[in-house]
Design a binder for this molecule. Sequence first.
Ligand SMILES: Nc1nc2c(ncn2[C@@H]2O[C@H](COP(=O)(O)OP(=O)(O)OP(=O)(O)O)[C@@H](O)[C@H]2O)c(=O)[nH]1
Length: 790
Amino acid sequence: MDVRATAAQPNGSIPNGSTKHNALVAGADRHQIIDDQKNFTSELASQLKHWGLHDTGFDYDVVAVFGSQSTGKSTLLNRVFGTNFDVMDETRRQQTTKGIWMCRGQDMNVMVMDVEGTDGRERGEDQDFERKSALFSLASSEVLLINLWEHQVGLYQGANMGLLKTVLEVNLSLFGKSSNQRTLLLFVIRDFIGTTPLANLSATLTADIQRIWDSLSKPTDLQEAKLTDYFDLSFVALPHKILAADKFENEVRELRKRFVDKTNENYVFKPSYHKRIPADGVAFYMENIWEQVQANKDLDLPTQQELLAQFRCDEIATVALAEFNEQAKFQKRPIELGRVVEGLGGMMRQWKSAVLSRYDRDASRYHKDVYSRKRTDLLAVVDSVLSPLFLGQLKNLHKACLVTFKKEMLEGLRGENSNFADVVTAAKDKCEVSFVTAAKEARLEDSDWVWEDELELLREEVKSVSDQCRADETKKMVNQIERNFKKQISDPVEVHLNVASARMWDEVLGVYRETLDKSEALYLSKAQTFNCTDEENASSLATLRRRAWIALRAKIDEQTADPVLLGKLRTHFEERFRYDEDGIPRVWKPDDDIDGAFKKAKDQTLELISLYSRIRPQDPENAYEFSADTLTAHSDDHQLEEEFDFESSLTVLSETKVLDLSSRFRKDADAYYVEAKRSTVSSIAQIPTWMYGVLVVLGWNEAMAVLFNPLYFTALLCALATGWMILKLGLVGPLLQVSRTVANEVQRQATDRLHQHFSQPAMTQPIAARSRNDSDDEGGLREELRQRRL
Ligand SMILES: Nc1nc2c(ncn2[C@@H]2O[C@H](COP(=O)(O)OP(=O)(O)OP(=O)(O)O)[C@@H](O)[C@H]2O)c(=O)[nH]1
C-alpha cells in the first residue's frame, strides 16, 4: 500500500499546487485502502490511529467521491478537504487514481475517500472494479459526492446513470432492511457555465435518478420504497477551474464550509447519515464490507454491524479481562495458601467495576444487542474468576475464626472462677460476628454468592469444638474430684481398718458414702456452669461413683496387703496373748494356762481374716450397692468400664489368700507360743533359795569383819555415799561413758605400742645409740640409712 505525504495549508485553507508532484511534500498523509488488484489494506487501523481518528468514537464522518475518470475528483477533494490525493498531470491526460485512497480531512475528523474513476480507458470493458468500488463507497460513506461535468447532465452513459442504476439496485437490498440508514448524494456539477440555471440541472438530474429508481427491480417487500426514504439529493455547481479560476476558488471555499461549519444551514454531515460504527471499528467494518462486495453477496449491513460488534466487543472484553486477570492473580496465591486477604471484597468490587467501565466505554457504541450479550458473557467470566476467590476467602475465614474461637475459649477458661458457658458463648458470638462481617465484605452485591452455608458449617464445628472442650473440662473436673475424694477417705478408712471391730465395714462404708455424697454435690454445682445435659451429668456421676469405689477398693487393698494384714494380725494376737485384760505384759508362770490363752488369742485373730476377706457390714442397711443407672450408664473411660465388676469387688481376699494368710499367721503365733513356754522354763531354772542360806553361812565372818572394822566400815560408807550421789545426780551414764572412753584410749595406746614394738624389733636401739654418739657425722648416718634401705 502506498502512503505518501503532501502539503496541507494551515487554517484549513485550500492548497494551491494541484499537481501530483506538488502533492508529495510533508503534511497529512494518505493511504491506499484498496489497491488496483482489489486487495484491502491491513494497515487501516494503525493509519486511523496515526491520523488521531481511532479513538474519536462516533465523532467522525466519512465522505467518498464517485464519477468518471479525470473529471477533477481528486482536485475537488484536495481543495475542499485539504487532502493530498494525486492529481492528473494536465499534459498527459491519463488515469491518476488507482484503487481507493483515504486521507484525513485537514482540521476535521473526516475520512475522505478518493475512488478510482469510472469509465476508465485503462480498465476498458471491465466494469467490475468500478461497480464494486461504487458499492463500497455507498455502503461505507455518509456523503457520496457524484462528480460530473455540466455537459454530462442529461446523458445516460456520460453521467454514469447505468452504473448508478446497478449500484442503487444493490443498494436497495443493502439499505432496504434498515430505512434509517440514509445517505446524501451530493451532485457536484463541474465547469458550470451558468447558461442553464442550477435549478434546471438539478431537476434534470433528480428526474433521471427518480426514473432510475422507478425502474429498479425492487425486492417484493420493498415495492413501495421511495427514493427519498433512503437518499437525500443535493446539488452544487462549480465554475470552470481555469477559465473562471477566482469564481471556482470562491465556490469551492463555500462548499468547504458545508463540510466544516456545523452552524451552516447546508451542513452535510447530518446524524442520520452516520453509520454508527465507532471509529476504532471502522477498519474492520470496511474490510468486511469489501469482502462482501468482493464475494458478490448482497450486503446485509445490520449483519455486518453485528459481526463487527461481536468482533470488537470480544476484542475489547479480552483487553479488559487481561488487566483484570492480572490484578486477580496476585490475590489468588495467598488465598490458595489459606490466608485471609484483608479487604478482598473492596478489591474485587474495584476490579469488576474497572473491567466493566472499560468495556462499557469502548464497546457500548457497538450494536446494542451484541454489546449487552457480550457484557453478560464478560460478567460471567469475571464472576467465574472472582467466585473461587470468594469461596476460598470464606474457607480461610472459617479456619481463622475457628482458630480464634479455640484460642479465646482456652484463654477464657484459664482465668480463675471462669464460667465455662459464659466463656463459650462470648467466644462463639465473637467468632460468628467476625465471620459474618468479613463474609459480607467479601460478597459482591450484584452476585448470587452466599456465605450462610459456610456459616452453618462453622457453627457446627464451633459446637463440636466446644462440646469436646466441655467433655475435657468435665473429665478434668471429675479427675480433680476423684483426687480429693481419695485424700478425704484415706485416713478415716485406714483408721477404721486398723481397729478391726465387727462394725469395721459399717464405719468404712459410712465414710465412703458421706465423702461420695459431698463429691457428687460438688460435681453438680460445678457442672451447672458447663451447661451439661442431664445425660452427660448422669454419665459423669456414674464415672465418678465407679472411680470412687475403685479408689476405696485400692485403699482397702493397700490396707489388706499381705505384710500389712499379717502385721495387723500379729498385733491383734499379741494384744490378746502377751498382755492381760488390763494391758499389762504377762510374765508366764509355770502354773499359767498358756495353752488356753494361746488358743483363745489365735482363734480370735483367725476370725479377723474372715472379717477382712469381704466387705460385709454388720448392719445390712449400711451395705453399699451401685444403682442400676450407675451400672448401665455409659462411661467414656472404656478401660474402667471393661474391668469393673461391682459384685466381685466386694471380695477383698480370695479363699486361697485366706488359707495362705491363716497358715502364715499360725506360724507366727506358734513362735509366740514357743517363746512364752521358754520364758516359763528360764524362770524355773533360777538359783534355788537354799543357796542364799549357804552363802550367808559361809560369808558370815567376812561380813562381820567389814562391819566391825572402823576403816572398812568407813570405806563402805564412803562407797555407798558416792554411789548414792552418782545415782541422785544422774551421773551413771556419763561416768560409764568416760570409763568406756578411757578404756578405749588405753586399749588403743596399748595396741599402738605393741604394733611399734613388733614391727621394728632390732633397729631402734642401734640407731638411737649412734645418733647420740656421732650426732655431727650426718654423712655417716645417711650412708647407714641408705645401706639399711638396700
Ligand atoms: N476543465 C476543468 N479541468 C479541471 C477541473 N478540475 C481539475 N481539472 C483538471 O482535470 C484534470 C484531472 O484532474 P484530476 O483531479 O486528476 O481528475 P480525477 O478525476 O481525479 O482523475 P482520476 O483520478 O484519474 O480519475 C487535471 O488536469 C485538472 O487540472 C475543472 O474544474 N475544470
